[in-house]
Design a protein around this ligand. Structure first.
Ligand code: C2E
Ligand code: CA
Ligand code: CA
Length: 559
């Protein structure tokens, strides 16, 4: 450039150019300390003018404080002639004072005396540059966020978000290749575009998910999001069959409706994600509509899990073991107790183990808590055994402890620490498919066996009854589930099941315990069937350790 071109001329060229790009063009005049930038920049950034003197100071105010040093260092290098081009990524502040990453590139122009005169270049918002996803050609999530915030709330239209995810996408990537995974995503995107192109906008989300934003629907009565999902699923199925099932996959959907009278915000995305997660949990290849109640329950669950984590961290604060007496039928005495976990929390109050134990299991917290339970129960057992030598404590063990921790070494440690014999303790394990499908189970059950540790099958008869365990004699005792005991007086089927199982167990030299004996009538009825042990509210509810010790420890002639 030479000095003959005036600023007026510059400006008119720049105005034309700036209309044909999303970027901001700028001219920095070092001699005049003057700055000129595409006018649109003043709508986005913390700039009052697009044409101003005192350039360095003004620009500095618009730059994120942490990035001012690096910018000024670069400008100094330019001014002293040590650098003749600028290529810098740093942050500018937007109108709300939030940082926005920009890339700033420019060339230095010298005047005829060889002095640095201008820096001319462009500033680009990096977020905008990444607008399009390379794999699917769809907009990225950042654009969805803008579009949601820009929804015209005066248009009185309703709409929905529908999030589509490929089921078991990880398997496709692992079994075939990442390229196959990408191809699958692209095919899915094309299927979606073809099927519903004129009804909606599409965005590539993270991983295997594609979001659809649909506005202008009349009624949600017939669930238009689900109808759209079904259309897409059919299109995907057709596509797969046309490709001769070379690769088979299914898709799930999660949708959330919005009403322009409600507040529309970015939480909608989280809600659609939550609905999709439910669709996957419920078995995949289906669509779930967001439900406020379910979401609140889920959030409550997360909060409860957080509170449980805190309790564990604070030395198991709020956890306590209660003890329920177990009656030896032959001797009519209380021979031991089942330790049952209780948890109390300031925010949630008293929560049933049926609720918090699955949360402990899901989060893996059952491992430290389970270790604590074993330690607590065995320490009490040592204390009580001094007064009542035959005393035995029953401890519940979760399948998670068996699968994911070295529960045997915890047991060894505490039995030794408290000088107990293996006969003072019995472990109750609930039969479940989880256990059966785990190949470590057999080894662990054998470890119990080889240490002569007593084992019981808990809740026998419900859920997943595996007679193989009995056949392999891994257990010493069978606890028949309370559901059968409840029905025993009135339901012939329950009566026969309990009677036959008791006889079968006895013929195989296994002991039997009935749980859930609540009333005198229950007790009268079960007595005839000759169980070895009985447990239930008829004798006592689970009680705190102190109460157990005072009321029940070693008690004889209980009936
Ligand atoms: P479970 O092991 O089958 O424990 C027996 C449950 O039945 C206990 O419920 C007990 O309070 C209740 N129960 C006892 N007698 C009667 C009766 O006569 N009638 C009725 N209706 N109920 C009776 P709880 O304490 O609420 O525990 C529920 C479940 O939570 C337990 O079932 C067990 O699966 C789990 N659990 C409790 N404590 C622990 C623990 O320390 N570790 C593990 N892993 N699980 C535990
Ligand atoms: Ca139990
Ligand atoms: Ca049970």
């Amino acid at each position: 450039m030479n000095d003959k071109i005036s600023f007026e001329q510059f400006n008119s060229v720049f105005k034309i150019l700036s209309k044909s790009t999303d970027d901001y063009l700028f001219i920095f005049d070092f001699i005049e300390d003057h700055y000129n930038i595409t006018e649109r920049a003043t709508e986005v950034f913390l700039l009052d003018n697009w044409d101003f003197y005192n350039a360095k100071a003004v620009i500095n105010k618009c730059v994120y404080p942490d990035d001012r040093d690096i910018l000024n260092r670069n400008l100094d290098l330019i001014e002293t002639g040590l650098l003749n081009e600028l290529d810098l990524e740093y942050r500018w502040l937007n109108k709300n004072g939030n940082p926005i990453w920009v890339s700033c590139r420019g060339q230095v122009i010298f005047n005829k005396d060889g002095k640095v005169h201008y820096l001319i270049g462009i500033v680009s918002e990096m977020g905008r540059k990444n607008k399009i996803d390379n794999i699917t050609g769809l907009y990225r999530e950042i654009r969805l966020r803008q579009d949601i915030l820009n929804i015209d709330k005066t248009s009185f239209e309703n709409g929905f978000l529908l999030l589509i995810g490929v089921d078991n996408f990880k398997d496709i990537n692992e079994r075939y290749s990442k390229e196959t995974g990408n191809e699958t995503l692209n095919e899915l995107a094309q299927c979606i575009i073809k099927t519903v192109s004129n009804e909606a906008k599409f965005y590539r989300m993270s991983g295997d998910e594609i979001m659809i934003l649909c506005q202008g629907i009349d009624s949600i009565q017939d669930n238009p999001a689900e109808i759209m999902y079904t259309k897409i699923r059919k299109a995907v199925d057709k596509h797969i069959s046309e490709k001769c099932y070379k690769l088979f996959y299914t898709i799930s959907g999660g949708s959330v409706y919005f009403n322009l009278e409600d507040e529309i915000d970015l939480k909608l995305i989280e809600k659609a994600e939550f609905a999709l997660r439910l669709a996957k949990i419920y078995g995949k290849n289906m669509c779930v509509t967001y439900d406020e109640k379910e979401y609140n329950e889920y959030v409550r669950k997360l909060k409860m899990q957080e509170a449980l984590r805190k309790s564990v961290k604070n030395d198991f604060e709020g956890f306590e073991l209660y003890y329920q007496p177990i009656v030896n039928m032959e001797k009519a005495c209380i021979y031991g107790a089942e330790a049952l976990l209780r948890w109390q929390n300031e925010e949630f109050g008293i929560i049933s183990p049926g609720v918090f134990i699955p949360l402990l299991e899901e989060s893996g917290l059952i491992i430290p808590v389970g270790r604590w339970i074993i330690g607590e129960a065995l320490s009490k057992c040592m204390e009580w055994q001094k007064k009542c030598p035959y005393f035995r404590v029953n401890i519940n063990i979760s399948f998670v402890q068996i699968k994911k921790s070295n529960v045997i070494s915890d047991i060894d440690l505490f039995i030794e620490k408290y000088g107990l014999s293996s006969d003072n303790v019995l472990f109750e394990i609930t039969e479940s498919g989880e256990l059966d499908s785990c190949h470590a189970t057999q080894n662990i059950l054998e470890s119990f066996h080889s240490r002569s540790l007593n084992l019981a099958i808990d809740d026998f008869g419900t859920g997943y009854s595996n007679l193989r365990y009995i056949k392999e004699m891994m257990f010493n005792l069978i606890k028949i589930d309370q559901a059968f005991i409840k029905g025993i007086k009135t339901n012939h089927y329950d009566y026969v099941v309990v009677k036959q199982f008791t006889e079968l167990a006895h013929n195989l030299n296994l002991m039997v315990c009935y749980e859930g004996v609540e009333t005198k009538e229950d007790f009268k009825c079960v007595k005839e069937l000759k169980p070895d042990y009985v447990q239930g509210f008829y004798f006592s509810k689970p009680v705190p350790a102190k109460e157990f010790e005072e009321k029940y420890l070693g008690k004889e002639h209980v009936f």
